[in-house]
Design a protein around this ligand. Structure first.
Ligand code: RIB
Length: 353
């Protein structure tokens, strides 16, 4: 493979001139510059990012640590970060933690040794990442946490308005006439799962509905969890007439469990998701869901890092992105049969018995 000496020989210039052209470190006459670039092209020369990074004490890499690469929500977030990074000459290096905090710490510690330009983290849980972030800052790299936040996080962050999204979705179910509302939350050690439960409870409380403790089930953010917890909810008496799922994967598991139990959605039970994944349109029935801007979470985080890199020293940014309720076919007013004897409308806002 060609090296810089080879380029200098082909172009008939000094090694220093080649270095100045490639690193843009000094003005080089246009004819010489053109000869160097032609030689680079002809020899297929690719400068070593590693060597360049060591010289400058930083590379053009942005590290990104995500909790679950198999969850269809996260690719859009990564894509957003990658698009902004790539179009600004940076490259993304991706690590998956499997929601495992020790793996997360290992990735954070190791990534730092690659001298990244910055780091984007979707934390695996509520553990404090202040020490790790501090060591990045000392090395001159920014850290942005997105989607969920670690304990005591005071650095840059980008999240969706999880509380408001959950509130809107629950309020919609209540406006349809549901009074027996259940929720299957994500892991409650995650801030987004906690906030979504907070929004659900706020809407239920505002409507003066009673919330049975068993109507709140906690699980992991996946289909298996949604399936198992829905089977529990379906055995309760009175059976809930609507389920607000903490994310779309939980909602998919809920749809499956409802079908297996021989019930019809939405006629006998409504199901609402959160995320609005592409697949929400393709389920049967199609899934109503709270859309959160995954792509924008990624683009915003990457842009913050690049701004910091360009010298933005303003106080920590805490950006909260809006959600939007996407109504499809998985929610409907409760039938008289499932909701009790009197009409759904007359019970709106009343207490559950
Ligand atoms: O689907 C994965 C869930 O976990 C999403 O709702 C997202 O917010 C993430 O934290």
């Amino acid at each position: 493979m060609a090296n810089m000496q080879e380029i200098a020989r082909i172009a008939g210039v000094s090694l220093g001139t080649v270095s100045h052209v490639l690193n843009n470190t000094a003005k080089v006459s246009e004819p010489k510059r053109a000869r160097v670039l032609e030689a680079v092209q002809a020899a297929g020369y690719q400068p070593s990012q590693l060597a360049r990074g060591l010289r400058r004490d930083t590379t053009n890499m942005i590290g990104m640590v995500i909790p679950d690469i198999t969850n269809p929500f996260f690719p859009a977030v990564v894509r957003g970060a990658e698009d902004v990074a790539f179009s600004n000459g940076y490259r993304l290096i991706l690590c998956n933690t499997d929601n495992d905090h020790s793996k997360e710490i290992m990735h954070l510690n190791e990534l730092r040794t690659y001298l990244p330009a910055g780091l984007i983290v979707i934390p695996s849980n509520f553990s404090d990442l202040t020490t790790q972030a501090e060591s990045y800052r000392r090395a001159g790299s920014g850290v942005v946490c997105i989607d969920r936040l670690p304990r005591n996080w005071s650095g840059d962050s980008v999240t969706a308005d999880n509380e408001a999204g959950a509130y809107d979705a629950t309020r919609h179910l209540i406006q349809l006439g549901h009074t027996k509302l259940a929720t299957i939350t994500g892991p409650l050690h995650l801030t987004n799962a906690m906030d979504r439960l907070g929004g659900f409870k706020r809407a239920v409380k505002e409507a003066k509905l009673h919330l049975f403790p068993e109507y709140v089930q906690e699980t992991t953010f996946d289909k298996q969890g949604g399936h198992a917890k829905t089977l529990i909810l379906l055995r309760l008496i009175p059976r809930p007439t609507a389920i607000f799922a903490g994310n779309d994967m939980i909602a998919l598991g809920a749809l499956l469990a409802v079908r297996e139990a021989g019930l019809r959605c939405p006629e006998e039970i409504s199901i609402m998701g959160f995320d609005d994944l592409d697949l929400a349109e393709t389920t049967n029935p199609s899934l109503s869901s709270v859309a959160q801007p995954g792509y924008q979470l990624g683009t915003t985080a990457a842009q913050i890092l690049l701004d910091r890199r360009d010298g933005d020293t303003s106080p920590a940014k805490h950006i909260v992105l809006e959600t939007l309720l996407h109504l499809r076919n998985s929610v409907a007013p409760p039938s008289e049969e499932t909701n009790g004897n009197s009409s759904a409308k007359s019970r709106r806002g009343s207490k559950q018995k």
